[in-house]
Design a protein around this ligand. Structure first.
Ligand SMILES: [Fe+2]
Ligand SMILES: [Fe+2]
Length: 445
């Protein structure tokens, strides 16, 4: 303990008008580790107390001329409230002892004549008690200070945590922004690939996008996890990318008119598609889905003749979405197209197409047919490229003068797209204006 109030020698004051008593008491304590102070009257005693308010123990005789023992103790208590007080009384002086305890704040009373050993024990106990009380007070004070310190640290810590949280939130926002940029870049790259496929096979404009949109509805309808839905969408957009390597002569023909060698060349597009994308980081699964998009559940498809669940689910979804687009492509706004798609695909259930996937697709096709039959064909307006406004929605595909697909129907125009279109109309002007949905005119976004 570093506090000097605890480690210093305790002070004990003896007050008695009889000098021999005072001397006897001093003698009694001669070997004790205490500092002895003495006084021969209450008044003198009070003076000593005033000069030594850090007294540990005051022992006073009751019977003294002038100021009696309990009166003295009462006054001494006001000056040194922490000192323990003991009164010395005669046997017959019970009233004085009671007063000393009740009014003088005495802690004990000792009858004269006292037993030396008992008295010494009492002095030691009292001094020890005062020391413990002081030590306790010091420890309490120390604890209070440490608590205050802890509280201060806590507050500082909270401030630091808050600062770091703000910092982390800022970094998260930056990361989100970067992620969004990456996603945009990724989408643009996929769109560029898709455009390449469609450039290669002009007869099937927007096929990839239509397959992707139908496959997405099916995948979401099957409650697939978000990453699987995303893989299915990207696979759908790229499923025919292998056709870039197929010769024009083969691509121009209907599948039924192909010779055996041409069919083999055509069928290679599935494997070529896989080879084209699987070297891209994170595209391994997408490559596998693309490879198997022409498998049949009875094992008669290509390239590997896989059966049922051995065919990746994504490939089974794309197979149905692909068939839907091929059947409805010639008349995409007619409800009958979707009813026919549902009938035709159902016919090939368990041979070409997967029954579980069809269960979801059938509901989507039914709803599409209902939606279309409830709606008259939406009127469209031909607009000159210089009069395009943001928010307009394309009602037809836009092709360049030489037949390249520039934009697919249903695209919502924004400033960037409009500027691009206007450039195209200068370089390779299409034969018509741009057809937009009448309902989207006059609704700039
Ligand atoms: Fe294909
Ligand atoms: Fe296809």
């Amino acid at each position: 303990m570093t506090d000097t109030t605890i480690s210093k020698t305790p002070k004990v004051l003896f007050v008695d008008d009889e000098e021999n008593v005072v001397r006897a008491l001093r003698r009694l304590c001669v070997d004790e580790d205490v500092e002895i102070l003495t006084a021969l009257s209450g008044a003198e005693g009070l003076e000593v107390v005033r000069q030594n308010p850090d007294l540990s123990l005051i022992v006073s005789d009751q019977r003294m001329p002038g100021m009696n023992g309990w009166e003295f103790l009462e006054k001494a208590g006001e000056v040194a409230p922490e000192a323990l007080r003991i009164i010395l009384t005669g046997y017959a002086d019970v009233g004085a002892a009671i007063n000393a305890i009740n009014r003088g704040g005495a802690y004990r009373y000792i009858t004269k004549p006292w037993n030396d050993d008992d008295f010494l024990m009492l002095i030691r106990d009292s001094v020890e008690k005062v020391r413990l009380i002081a030590e306790n007070r010091c420890l309490t004070e120390l604890t209070r200070k440490q608590n205050e310190e802890l509280e201060r640290w806590n507050t500082q810590l909270q401030v630091m945590v808050q600062e770091q949280t703000v910092d982390i939130q800022g970094k998260n926002k930056e990361l989100e922004k970067l992620n969004e940029q990456l996603r945009r870049n990724f989408r643009s790259s996929i769109e560029a690939f898709t455009a390449l496929i469609e450039m290669r096979e002009r007869s099937v404009s927007s096929h990839s996008k239509n397959v992707a949109s139908c496959a997405r509805l099916i995948a979401v309808g099957m409650s697939l996890p978000e990453n699987e839905v995303s893989d299915i969408i990207v696979s759908s957009l790229l499923h025919d990318i292998g056709k870039i390597g197929v010769s024009d002569a083969v691509l121009m023909k209907e599948e039924a008119q192909l010779s055996e060698s041409e069919r083999k060349e055509y069928q290679l597009h599935a494997v070529r598609g896989q080879v084209a994308v699987e070297s891209i980081e994170g595209f391994r699964d997408i490559g596998v889905i693309i490879r198997h998009h022409h498998e049949h559940v009875d094992g008669t498809g290509y390239p590997d003749g896989l059966k049922r669940n051995a065919i990746p689910l994504g490939s089974r979804v794309i197979a149905i979405a692909d068939a839907v687009d091929k059947i409805t492509g010639s008349d995409p706004l007619s409800p009958a197209s979707y009813e026919k798609a549902a009938r035709d695909i159902e016919f090939y259930l368990d041979t070409r197409f997967d029954r579980a996937v069809f269960g979801v697709a059938a509901a989507i096709l039914k709803k599409k047919a209902e939606d279309l039959s409830g709606q008259p064909k939406e009127p469209e307006v031909e607009v000159h490229p210089t009069r395009l406004l943001t928010g307009m929605v394309l009602s037809r595909d836009i092709r360049s003068g030489t037949g390249l697909l520039i934009l697919a129907r249903d695209v919502v125009l924004d400033g960037k797209i409009i500027a691009g279109l206007q450039r195209y109309y200068k370089i390779d002007p299409p034969k018509t204006g741009i057809f937009v949905r009448r309902s989207s005119i006059g609704k700039p976004q």
